[in-house]
Design a protein around this ligand. Structure first.
Ligand SMILES: *Cc1c(COP(=O)(O)O)cnc(C)c1O
Length: 372
């Protein structure tokens, strides 16, 4: 009898470091220092180094990281920012919150990542920046995107929320753009035990400005030089993230091993489309996303076998009520809409065992074989 397989579990990641996490918690508790102290500085330096970047600035979430980046680059009303049509809503809401206009562009259907030729088509005289999102853990075609940005003098903000540790041509995510924004939402490849995020950059002036913006524009307590936010990362989350960071590469390798097993076991099964990886990119499988025209029936089948699945994401941003003001309609982004209607994420996380992956694959094969 197969035990239920949840869509996601933290047990394997947190179990072995439980004592370390608890000790860190008590250290921070006893330090009496909870905001912008040594733990935040130490984690910022460690994460920047991990990304091959000069500066890291801890912030309160992935959304805050995007907002701080946009504000530091003076993007606001009258500006356009090109973003992928298929992304988590945060990328688009961050642009909307600055008063700038998000201009959506279609992805490639096979890698789910931004198609640089569609970005080129979307550029107008108002365009200021591009936000490539490394969706599901695979890096965008950063060769083509950086080339395009250079030729057209556009700024680049990477959305690195799902892809910490991935590379393009050997270069780590977080180090390509003027800014990179990441999230340490618990379920991300590197997750805090609450909300957290960071920006990384190689430019000293931008790093300084981002650090000001995240803390009320305050270079010195009770002195405020520019309009800012409260978007700080706190000491406790920074300290816990610092314990988890050294394990990230190992956890990503486990995710890649699971993906390889799925790739092998689910090849040529029904109409199932497996994720494609760009030859110069690595994929750290924040999600393992397949597509099928029989999605709801497959979900029901998996549920009946106690296998957890999720859809990332069922409604694309341009069809969300929150984005009505952008003026898009159904049919405007056919590739994005097809992905939203057919995509399904299978379990992929450290701790998912080889026999569990084999069981999931076997149940999925059986579903397609038994289909009338
Ligand atoms: C999770 C996520 C965000 C937002 O991160 P939060 O920490 O939840 O605010 C932004 N972009 C993408 C692509 C994400 O997956």
């Amino acid at each position: 009898m197969q035990a239920p397989i949840p869509f996601m579990s933290f047990d394997h990641m947190h179990g072995p470091i439980r004592e370390e996490l608890i000790k860190k918690f008590t250290d921070v508790l006893d330090s009496g220092r909870f905001i912008l102290g040594p733990e935040v500085s130490a984690f910022e330096a460690a994460f920047a180094k991990y990304c091959g970047c000069r500066f890291g600035i801890g912030v309160s979430s992935g959304l805050a990281a995007l907002e701080v980046s946009l504000q530091a680059l003076d993007i606001g009303p009258g500006d356009e920012v090109i973003v992928p049509a298929n992304t988590y809503i945060a990328t688009i809401m961050a642009v909307m919150s600055t008063g700038a206009k998000p201009v959506l562009a279609e992805p490639y259907k096979d890698t789910y990542n931004l198609d640089p030729s569609r970005v080129a088509e979307a550029i107008t005289s108002q365009t200021k920046a591009i936000i490539p999102v490394h969706l599901y853990g695979q890096v965008c075609d950063m060769g083509a995107i950086m080339h395009l940005a250079h030729d057209t003098k556009l700024l680049v903000i990477e959305d690195n929320a799902q892809s910490q540790g991935a590379t393009f041509n050997g270069q780590p995510t977080g180090s390509f753009g003027d800014f990179s924004a990441t999230s340490f939402y618990p379920g991300k490849n590197l997750g805090a035990l609450g909300d957290a995020g960071a920006v990384t950059t190689n430019q000293p002036a931008l790093a300084e400005k981002a650090a000001l913006i995240r803390n009320y524009g305050s270079p010195k307590k009770y002195y405020n030089s520019i309009l800012g936010k409260n978007a700080r990362l706190d000491e406790l989350q920074a300290a816990l993230l610092g314990i988890k960071l050294p394990y990230l590469d190992g956890w990503n390798k486990i995710r890649q091993g699971i993906a390889k097993q799925y790739d092998h076991l689910l090849k040529d099964v029904g109409d199932l489309v497996l994720p494609a990886v760009h030859p110069q990119a690595t994929h750290v499988y924040h999600q393992y996303v397949v597509r099928t025209a029989h999605r709801q029936a497959l979900i029901d089948h998996c549920t009946s076998k106690d296998i957890g699945t999720l859809i990332h994401y069922p409604v694309p941003p341009h069809l969300q009520d929150a984005c009505k003001s952008l003026g898009y309609r159904k049919g405007d982004f056919p590739i994005t809409e097809e992905i939203a209607e057919t995509c399904l994420s299978l379990p992929v996380y450290p701790g998912l065992q080889e026999d569990e992956v084999a069981y999931i694959a076997k149940m999925i094969r059986a579903f397609f074989e038994e289909m009338p």
